[in-house]
Design a protein around this ligand. Structure first.
Ligand code: G16
Length: 541
């Protein structure tokens, strides 16, 4: 490690003085103009983590659902997972170190994590389509090379594709080929195998309208769609040729505003979906014949998937341990349906796929989804091997079900929630079960709900417990929420500081939309009053 060279390069990526950032829900996120130093330093950190784990590490430059002016970066651990929590702390320390402290912080990490500097390092990088992403990913590359690490720059990728590449590279290609071509082929082959067996192959099942949030999803779906066109034709909207990334479109907009994206032509009862800016989230929706908008979010996606997996297991004659993991945002009706009707155990974790993914790994089959459409299903290695073996050994119907399950396993991106992989899983299940989008939607009725954002001077004054369902500080806030909730039927509300935006998030649900809106507004006022609100006071919905 040539200390002089590191220090010299670091000054070329100077930290704006006084700027403090935190490795949050999904890495660092801020206005792009403030992130150059963070990118360089995450390049350095990726090298250290790669040396320590003796594996390829991933760095993704994206701010996913955030506005186009923002950007962000997250590190991807060897099995395609989010960075380990102790390294998140190192990331925060390194990002916030003043120039003269950089070498000391690096030395500290080396010592604490027993990094062997002689070990080789290999880092792969991906980026989304934001105007700032290319330059920022160059700063990551600078950081990697100055510490002597090797780099492979994949250029434009969806976030889940980068997770997939890392997983493939560290399993010697067993999980798949670490190229976009390899990704397209693996998923499309599994999808076509599945849909071949669907008796319902009418037009309704074969076409889907996709809002791409003006992001990377459009580019990648355009490349990929020929691979699966025998089973599904996708029509792309908000493909980035005109509009702004995530502006009035995309999964976060649709879920948050509970309305269709701009720029999408929807006919009654047509199945449509939206991806987010880096294609790791997906939500479905349709307009009914009366023009009412129906949203099918991550909760209903988890329900569709887990019920299909359960049915296949019954058919095969295997009883495996299935669990569903959600967050506090999960609609109360979904949790009730999963537990009481489907008899599947449901667990609640903090927001952030890293928490859900970790919990889901405890089961033979763990299905995890955030209500915002971020999720996947994980299969233990033993289950995967067993199912593939049964697909060879069993006969007739059982064999068919085992083969189907084997293909479903291949179709899921088990490294991370993946909008494209999830879309193909959902399309295959709907076709195999002969379900229309309306029938899927009718599994249960969501409780009316509302999400709002409140601006405060320092969102860290809010701390929470019980998987973010209760506020611990500031004093009096939880008591105020409890009193408000008592005024409404079937109601629930919570607040938490966002880990990706400088806001406090408020969630409320109740027996009517009017009550959910009112409750969310009243809780927002309580946050504004007790947690140091700034700017305009919250307004009624
Ligand atoms: C990221 C995380 C998600 C999380 C979302 C919002 O999504 O990956 O797990 O639900 O941020 O987090 P918060 O409420 O803390 O702002 P994405 O799609 O932006 O990467």
């Amino acid at each position: 490690m040539d200390l002089g060279t590191i220090a010299k390069h670091s000054t070329l990526h100077a930290k704006p003085s006084g700027l403090i950032l935190q490795y949050g829900t999904a890495g660092f996120r801020a206005e792009a103009e403030h992130l150059d130093h963070v990118m360089f330093r995450m390049g350095l950190l990726a090298v250290l983590r790669s040396k320590q784990t003796k594996s390829t590490l991933g760095v993704m430059v994206t701010a996913s659902h955030n506005p186009e002016e923002d950007n962000g970066v997250k590190l991807v651990d060897p099995l395609g997972e989010m960075l380990a929590p102790s390294w998140e702390e190192h990331a925060t320390c390194l990002a916030n170190a003043e120039e003269q402290e950089i070498l000391r912080v690096l030395a500290n990490i080396l010592e604490k994590e027993a990094v062997d500097l002689q070990q080789e390092a290999f880092v792969v990088i991906g980026r989304d389509t934001r105007p700032s992403s290319e330059k920022l990913s160059q700063s990551v590359i600078d950081g990697v090379t100055v510490l002597g690490g090797q780099v492979h720059d994949y250029g434009l990728l969806t976030t889940p594709q980068l997770h997939y590449m890392v997983y493939c590279r560290n399993t010697g290609g067993q999980y798949g080929k670490a190229t976009t071509e390899g990704y397209y082929q693996k998923l499309s082959k599994a999808f076509l195998e599945l849909t071949k067996q669907a008796s319902c192959s009418g037009d309704g099942y074969r076409s889907l309208k996709v809002d791409c949030a003006n992001g990377i999803g459009a580019l990648k779906l355009r490349e990929m769609k020929h691979y699966f066109s025998q089973g599904l034709s996708v029509q792309l909207f908000n493909d980035g040729t005109r509009g702004k990334l995530n502006h009035l479109c995309g999964a976060d907009f649709v879920k948050g505003h509970q309305k269709p994206p701009h720029g999408m032509e929807m006919k009654a009862n047509e199945r449509c979906c939206s991806l987010d800016g880096d294609a790791d989230r997906i939500v479905y929706y349709y307009h009914d014949a009366d023009g009412h908008f129906h949203l099918i979010d991550g909760d209903k996606i988890a329900t569709l998937i887990s019920s299909f997996l359960k049915e296949l297991l019954v058919e095969i004659g295997e009883s495996l341990d299935i669990g569903v993991v959600q967050t506090a945002y999960a609609n109360g009706s979904s949790t009730r349906y999963l537990e009481e009707v489907m008899k599947v155990p449901v667990y609640c974790t903090k927001t952030g796929v890293k928490h859900l993914h970790h919990k889901a790994q405890e089961f033979d089959i763990g299905v995890y989804f955030e209500a915002n459409g971020h999720g996947t299903a994980l299969f233990s290695t033993a289950v995967e091997m067993k199912i593939k073996q049964l697909a060879e050994e069993l006969e007739d119907k059982k064999r068919k079900a085992a083969k189907m399950l084997g293909n479903i396993i291949d179709l899921f991106n088990q490294a991370a929630g993946d909008a494209v992989s999830d879309m193909l899983v959902i399309e295959a299940i709907l076709a195999l079960k002969g379900l229309t989008v309306q029938q899927w939607d009718a599994l249960y009725t969501d409780l009316p709900n509302r999400q709002l954002k409140v601006k405060v001077a320092d969102r860290k004054v809010i701390s929470t417990t019980d998987a973010e369902r209760r506020a611990v500080t500031p004093p009096g806030l939880q008591e105020a929420i409890d009193d408000l909730v008592k005024k409404y039927k079937l109601s629930r509300a919570f607040v938490r500081p966002s880990g990706t935006e400088d806001v406090v998030r408020v969630y409320a649900e109740a027996d009517s939309q009017e009550s959910a809106d009112r409750l969310a507004y009243e809780v927002s006022l309580a946050v504004f009053r007790l947690a140091g609100g700034i700017g305009e006071r919250p307004q009624p919905v």
